[in-house]
Ligand binder design. Structure first.
Ligand code: GDP
Ligand code: GDP
Length: 436
């Protein structure tokens, strides 16, 4: 259910991002194509021998002006905390440096599996010099060349050997999994406590009593929910406090395990770039999303404040135009009673199935109202539409020429679907496939 996480660590310039890009390949588009979301090389998806995994380039985390050794130590710590397997990259042309030894020591002390990649081994003769790297104490060095794409297969074979066993899903399929994400101090823990403290909420177990009890299952009005990784919210280390980017990494796993993501924003601070990035991951992962503006009590308000705040959010989160916004206060409990009903509603929308005949009638009407685009004398023809998946609702349009399905027309079709059916809170995916 949750994908394993692989982290790449190593000194600057050893080739981490080159290797990251090789492994992620075309999937690097994860957040780049999204309007309003900045490019980020931190995180991507990989696949090897049918095993999917998430991959983090710890070198993508900027740490300001910290000295090299401290930066490396922090990056290694993140890798140790977040990853199931660590790829440690060294430079085969330069040999072992003091910084390499330092990182090796840290990795060695952790109980995480580490695979050692010796990069820039561009030709086979160089493989003779590998034995030096045994002295790092990490095990067999794997010669690779990021720029030529050599040796990566053997390296990845070794990486996936160390993946944890796939775990069964502990919750039944009707349980709604909620991830609360947002930067430190926006009020996530306070919201959790306030929500769980609500009347008629039955918490099934006390989190944090065992190491593995990271989730908090509860029942409200007969619906089962689980708050994902609530322990992670409390267990923020120094690293997470100091470096905002790290809190993103923590969120990613929670997003993947969830159905509904509550993006918590601090009303006092307004929006910052990081909020957008995290929300972008949730969107990209196809999760239902609700924007929760917390600490609304602390904002000085007049009759336009809410509308202005909402407009600002809409402008900043263009890709989340479907997400409902709730203005709440964990402190005064203002409007908190709306959170779970909204979670339930967007979860239902996330699962919505449109009957095929209704779908096709709607699309044919839409096409009649706004004719399909043409290119070089050729017109897009939509022959048939079918919904192939839920969570999120995913539609395949069978057309004469998929390239003729322009973004703007696809947006039009999506809007028609949204006007007609209840898709609030859920992304919709649309694919065009060739079929005459
Ligand atoms: P990072 O700082 O560790 O992310 O390193 P980069 O991926 O940015 O690479 C640093 C430099 O090494 C770049 O100029 C790359 O083109 C180069 N490089 C990366 N991989 C290889 C390789 O396998 N062989 C050679 N010769 N150069 C490489
Ligand atoms: P987290 O780091 O996101 O889990 O945030 P916390 O729940 O630890 O809250 C951070 C700080 O914000 C604490 O001092 C809380 O008391 C305060 N806080 C949380 N929610 C609210 C709220 O709705 N209104 C106000 N005024 N303060 C809040």
């Amino acid at each position: 259910m949750t994908k394993p996480v692989v982290a790449i660590v190593g000194r600057p310039n050893v080739g981490k991002s080159t290797i990251f890009n090789r492994i992620v390949g075309e999937r690097v588009a994860i957040v780049e194509d999204m309007p309003g979301v900045t490019r980020d090389r931190l995180y991507g998806k990989g696949e090897w021998l049918n095993r999917e995994f998430n991959i983090i380039d710890t070198g993508g985390i900027e740490l300001g002006d910290e000295p090299l050794l401290i930066q490396m130590r922090e990056q290694a710590e993140v890798a140790i905390q977040e990853a199931d397997v660590i790829i440690f990259i060294v430079n085969g042309r330069e040999g072992i440096t003091a910084a390499d030894q330092e990182v090796a020591k840290l990795l060695f002390r952790s109980d995480k599996p580490v695979v050692l990649g010796v990069n820039k081994v561009d030709n086979p003769e160089m493989q003779q010099e590998l034995y030096e790297f045994y002295s790092l104490g990490i095990g067999d060095p794997f010669p690779i060349s990021g720029s030529h794409g050599l040796g990566l297969g053997d390296l990845l074979d070794e990486v996936i050997k160390h993946f944890p066993e796939e775990e069964g899903d502990p919750y039944n399929e009707n349980t709604i999994r909620i991830a609360l994400i947002g930067r430190p101090n926006v009020g996530k823990s306070s919201l959790v406590n306030a929500m769980l403290g609500e009347e008629r909420v039955i918490v099934s177990n006390i989190p944090g009593t065992t190491r593995d009890a990271i989730d908090t299952p509860f029942t409200k009005d007969g619906q089962e929910y689980v708050l994902i990784d609530t322990a992670g919210m409390r267990k923020r280390g120094k690293v997470y406090e100091n470096t905002e980017k790290y809190s993103v990494l923590r969120s990613l796993k929670a997003i993947e395990r969830s159905n509904v993501v509550l993006v918590v924003i601090n009303a006092e601070e307004g929006l910052i770039e990081q909020d957008k990035k995290i929300a972008g991951y949730a969107h990209e992962a196809g999760r239902a999303v609700i924007l929760v503006v917390n600490k609304w009590d602390a904002v000085e308000k007049d009759d336009k404040t809410m509308r202005n705040f909402e407009q600002k959010l809409r402008d900043e989160f263009l890709f989340l135009s479907y997400a409902p916004i709730l203005f709440v206060s964990a402190k005064t409990k203002q409007r908190l009673q709306h959170v779970l009903p909204m979670v339930k509603k967007v979860s239902e929308n996330h699962h919505l199935r449109v009957p095929t005949n209704v779908l096709n009638d709607l699309i044919m009407d839409a096409v009649a109202m706004n004719p399909t685009p043409t290119d070089k004398g050729k017109r897009l023809r939509i022959n048939y539409v079918t919904q192939v998946a839920v969570e999120p609702p995913t539609f395949v349009f069978f057309v004469n020429e998929p390239e003729l399905m322009h973004f703007s027309y696809q947006r039009y079709l999506e809007n028609r679907l949204r006007d007609t059916f209840e898709f609030e809170g859920t992304p919709i995916k649309i694919f065009a496939r060739k079929k005459n």
